[in-house]
Ligand binder design. Structure first.
Ligand SMILES: [Zn+2]
Ligand SMILES: [Zn+2]
Length: 165
């Protein structure tokens, strides 16, 4: 009798721990570089892709932009929404960025039920791994995802020496 109660208490404790863990995992948060603009998403992250289109490359100044869609009704700005600027890169598509630091945070088509998170601004650790590279037809001439190059924990390996972040 006593042992059963103990076991039940332990099971309940384990269950609530797992519940809290899932709850934390589900609430995604993100912020721009200067931390003025922040958001949260009350949903798990969707499939992750790397977009190599030339518009993303220019907007982000990089080989590709990593993104994932989430439901619009689960997304909300939690600070700094008044600092957001946007660039309409194609009709109806708004790339929203912080006017103070320039971070691209989300992209959206206003009438669509989903919103695209720019994952470089995500704060929450996720275990999901990218599913695909898209728009490789417009990819940078100097980057191929199939290339395997050495990895370093910091900037020591650059030819110009140690660099500031
Ligand atoms: Zn900012
Ligand atoms: Zn793109």
């Amino acid at each position: 009798m006593h042992a059963t109660a103990d076991r039940r208490t332990r099971t309940l404790a384990a269950w609530s721990k797992r519940f809290r863990y899932n709850r934390d995992w589900n609430m995604l948060t993100g912020s721009c570089l200067c931390r003025s603009v922040t958001y949260e998403v009350d949903a798990p992250i969707g499939p992750i892709v790397h977009c190599h289109c030339k518009t993303c490359r220019r907007a982000h100044g990089s080989a590709f932009s990593s993104l994932s869609s989430v439901r619009r009704d689960k997304f909300r700005w939690t600070s700094g929404a008044d600092l957001l600027s946007s660039y309409e890169s194609s009709p109806g598509k708004l790339r929203r960025f912080c006017s103070r630091c320039g971070s691209h945070i989300v992209a959206e088509r206003v009438n669509q039920p989903t919103i695209m998170l720019r994952l470089g601004c995500l704060n929450t650790p996720v275990t999901e791994r990218p599913k695909a590279h898209i728009w490789r037809s417009e990819g940078a001439s100097w980057f191929d995802p199939k290339d395997v190059v050495p990895e370093f924990r910091d900037a020591k390996a650059t030819t110009t020496g140690k660099q500031e972040k």
